[in-house]
Design a protein around this ligand. Structure first.
Ligand code: S5P
Length: 484
């Protein structure tokens, strides 16, 4: 049997013994997943265990991996590593999960010499975090780690994370391969395959996700929140507006959104024409302008096309679904006709998203959820933020991201296709005496993990708004580049 046939047969067996299951599984984060992978059961099926160990070895040899010994990630991968060791006469090491507080206190058991190369064996990779927990103690005792072999890669960001640590991931079964085979063998419907794919796309783990299933809890916040490029994140979203924005930022080299809270529409149009070349988004509060008229939207759209920026009407909808349909589509402002992006509070519950989506989705618009706020004493924190994350996950076609202040510290997993936009930004920091709290562009991007800085008074109140916009643009962009 060819390796490929063996792999197909193994996929069917894994499905039979319910090591890979489909249905509705509630994860720790509250998200409902259409797929669940639990490989602990394979120890009870010797034919499956033998096949897993055989396929993993073949993939390693095919890829030319070389190593002196191997170490399984406790616990599910230990029997797999043992089989590979016995079948191929390759020495094995063991990592203690809890280092003994008596006796030798060794984290790594077995015979080895410093400088040897050790292969890591794992059953399932989601974020790559649990692999790293085994790599570190191996490196601490002088072993070199270059290769990681895994049975199933959920394709949720683990490979990139391992790559950033110079580790090569060899996966017998990328999840997409599992889906393809099960569909070809009529064990999954095309619809179910699409559902699982959409779920995986919407739940990419980020660089600080933990190794728990679906990255349900976050690791400590790193000083610099390492990030993926805007170009790559464009490939992770289903929402047209988010895709356009990611690509626009990468193309124009700016992550600056200007909050143009000036006194009149006339002033706003003049400002937009001047600072247009510096920005990715112009944020408006159209109910601030006494001279707002029917020509406003068309004029702004012309400027957006001229200077290549997007329009974000910061309406902060907060009513029931039926009411927001009217507020978004008609009334005085007809926001959906001219604003690419708008935002909403989640206070009313999911109906607000359904209502806005009914109007915005057919027009290719995007919605931001207010998951956190920049003002002192905000109620948008903790469970509220978690709920916003869960709501966004249910509408990957329409919700394009969040208004947030510190997404790097979020516990819940969120898709990296979503955009994080942060207000309360000034180069000098501080506050405004009315509750606004300012952070610098550098901290917002590098420490807080945001993607877009929203700057209002720091620019439009400056003596030279154009020079100030250029300064903020540079600060925001330099911070992004250095966090890559
Ligand atoms: O939490 C928030 C959310 C928003 S959208 N805090 C905010 O300040 N904003 C908006 O960002 C606010 O309405 C204003 O338009 C802008 C901040 O302006 P600045 O002058 O304080 O920079």
């Amino acid at each position: 049997m060819s390796t490929e046939d063996k792999i197909d047969a193994l996929i069917v067996r894994l499905h039979e013994i319910e090591a890979v299951k489909f249905g509705e599984f509630t994860l720790k984060s509250g998200l409902v997943s259409p797929i669940y992978v639990d490989l602990r059961v394979i120890v009870s099926y010797p034919d499956v265990l033998a096949s897993v160990a055989g396929c993993m070895w073949e993939v390693l040899k095919r890829n030319g991996a070389e190593f002196d010994n191997m170490c399984g990630v406790p616990y599910t991968a230990l029997p797999i590593a043992t089989c590979m060791s016995l079948n191929n006469d390759c020495p094995m090491l063991m990592r203690r999960k809890e280092v003994k507080d008596y006796g030798t206190k060794k984290a790594i058991e077995g015979a080895f010499t410093s400088g040897q190369t050790c292969l890591i064996v794992e059953d399932l990779v989601t974020s790559g975090a649990s692999v790293m927990e085994t790599v570190e103690p191996l490196n601490d005792v002088g072993l070199v780690t270059k290769d990681v072999v895994v049975l199933i890669d959920r394709e949720q960001g683990g490979e990139a994370r391992l790559r950033s640590h110079d580790l090569r991931l060899h996966a017998v079964l990328p999840l997409s391969r599992v889906l393809k085979t099960l569909e070809a063998k009529n064990l999954m419907s095309a619809e179910l395959v699409a559902t699982v794919k959409a779920f995986i796309a919407a739940n990419q783990t980020g660089p600080n996700a933990s190794g728990n299933e679906m990255g349900a809890a976050a690791a400590p916040t790193p000083a610099v929140f390492k990030r993926d490029s805007y170009e790559h994140r464009a490939t992770l979203t289903e929402n047209k507006c988010a895709k356009d924005l990611w690509n626009l930022m990468a193309r124009k080299k700016t992550n600056l959104c200007v909050a143009a809270d000036v006194g009149t529409a006339k002033e706003l149009i003049v400002l937009a024409d001047k600072i247009g070349p510096e920005i990715c988004i112009l944020k408006t509060h159209c109910d601030l302008y006494p001279d707002f008229d029917d020509a406003f939207g068309a004029t702004l759209l012309e400027l957006a096309a001229k200077h290549d920026f997007m329009i974000f009407e910061d309406r902060k909808f907060a009513d029931i679904g039926n009411t927001v349909v009217g507020q978004y589509s008609s009334g005085v402002h007809k926001i959906a006709d001219w604003s690419h992006i708008t935002n909403a509070h989640i206070v009313p519950g999911a109906g607000i998203i359904d209502g806005l989506k009914q109007v915005g989705l057919p027009k290719g618009r995007g919605l931001l959820l207010l998951a956190e706020m920049s003002s002192a004493g905000t109620m948008a924190k903790g469970q509220y933020t978690e709920d916003a994350i869960a709501m966004a996950a249910k509408h990957p076609d329409f919700v394009m991201g969040f208004i947030s202040t510190r997404p790097s510290a979020w516990k819940g997993a969120w898709s990296r296709g979503l955009v994080q936009m942060t207000p309360g930004v000034q180069l000098g920091g501080g506050g405004d005496g009315l509750g606004q709290q300012y952070n610098t562009p550098d901290r917002v991007i590098k420490e807080c993990g945001s993607d877009v800085i929203i700057v209002g008074r720091g620019i439009y109140k400056a003596a030279d708004p154009v020079a100030s916009a250029a300064e903020y643009r540079k600060a925001g962009w330099d911070a992004y580049v250095s966090a890559l």
